[in-house]
Design a protein around this ligand. Structure first.
Ligand SMILES: NC(=O)c1ccc[n+]([C@@H]2O[C@H](COP(=O)([O-])OP(=O)(O)OC[C@H]3O[C@@H](n4cnc5c(N)ncnc54)[C@H](OP(=O)(O)O)[C@@H]3O)[C@@H](O)[C@H]2O)c1
Length: 310
């Protein structure tokens, strides 16, 4: 596995076929291509960067394109900071698409679909802007996802599966389809088991063994920061934790997230797989209130939480 992402870029275009929502603003596709240039540090005719304010748009653009640019600007700014010498500090964004009553899937694990088509495009954009897309073993076992950027133009991130105890069977699509490099992240004590399940000829998949990823007794949760550090040694500094609820909650509780996108859909699941589970507080005054902003994504409402603001 190379230390930086070498996968072929997605050839998707924002045309009618890949824009099922039909209301992507006219000026967005061109701006998105410029943002992909900015992602890679290439000069852009439409965007400029200053160390103080980060990336900004020089052209006159519509309100909607401007709001979308603002949504993704923190990722571009983080990458620009990481490009400076000796400033490779990892930066992590996570998302959860949830119901009004706080679930990311039904009790049977069905999550197709909690959110609408706008949100799918949003997920693929986040993937394209990041070095790696990270999911929990439960999501791989339940959804068998591809985790590609097939809905938008942009590079494929490395796919990362968090499975400290190597409970997966190694047969899921991410380990076998070769669409992008894949890392199966396990505690070192379980790495041999994972490797044996991949077999002798893995397709673009590799086990990343992390020392003491699990607690001392081997079972008490895991340490997301150790995974983040291990991924940084592979050149993966900008991470997108896509789900599910348990994995995002673990990263959140460990203080490993810089930003969290909660996309609330107007649906009631009743009971199901929990979304964000934060630390409980006895009094309201102790409950964190991060800086937030909202953006409508079709019928869904995206809450963009700046977790470094308080
Ligand atoms: N709406 C959204 O935004 C969204 C996004 C992603 C996924 N999802 C849905 O979320 C659900 C999965 O999320 P989650 O919070 O339950 O888990 P998750 O965060 O994806 O993965 C972590 C959990 O999976 C368990 N796990 C490990 N190996 C497993 C296996 N082979 N089979 C089943 N579970 C295993 C882990 O147990 P240990 O801790 O014991 O290892 C841990 O509890 C799915 O229904 C998926 O469709 C929704």
């Amino acid at each position: 596995m190379p230390s930086t992402v070498q996968s072929p870029p997605s050839t998707a275009t924002l045309d009618a076929a890949t824009d099922p929502v039909g209301d992507v603003p006219r000026d967005w596709p061109g701006l998105w291509l410029q943002m992909l240039r900015a992602r890679d540090g290439a000069p852009s005719p439409q965007l400029s960067h200053s160390p103080e304010f980060g990336w900004s748009v020089d052209d006159v653009i519509g309100v909607r394109a401007s709001a979308l640019f603002d949504l993704y600007k923190p990722l571009l700014d983080a990458r620009a900071r990481q490009r400076r010498p000796r400033e490779h500090t990892p930066w992590v964004v996570a998302q959860l698409g949830q119901s009004l009553d706080g679930f990311v899937a039904t009790l049977t694990g069905d999550s197709y679909y909690v959110n609408g088509a706008h949100c799918l495009l949003h997920l693929h954009r986040l993937r394209a802007l990041c070095d790696a897309v990270v999911v929990g073993a439960g999501t791989v076992a339940t959804d068998n996802p591809q985790l590609t950027t097939r809905r938008v133009p942009g590079p494929q991130p490395v796919r990362v599966v968090m499975d400290p105890e190597a409970r997966l069977d190694g047969l899921s699509r991410v380990f076998r389809d070769g669409q992008a490099p894949t890392l199966w992240v396990c505690d070192s004590r379980h790495a041999a088991q994972a490797r044996s399940r991949l077999g002798p000829v893995p397709v673009h998949a590799e086990v990343l063994a992390v020392d003491d990823l699990l607690g001392k007794d081997g079972t008490a949760g895991y340490h997301p920061q150790r995974a983040v550090s291990a991924l940084a040694t592979r050149g993966l500094h900008l991470l997108f934790v896509e789900g599910g609820g348990i994995t995002v909650s673990r990263f959140f509780t460990a203080g490993a997230l810089d930003r969290l996108h909660l996309v609330v859909a107007p649906v009631l699941i009743g009971n199901g797989r929990r979304g964000l589970q934060a630390t409980a507080h006895a009094v309201m005054a102790d409950c964190p209130r991060p800086k937030v902003r909202t953006l409508a994504l079709g019928p869904d409402m995206l809450w963009d939480l700046d977790l470094r603001s308080s």
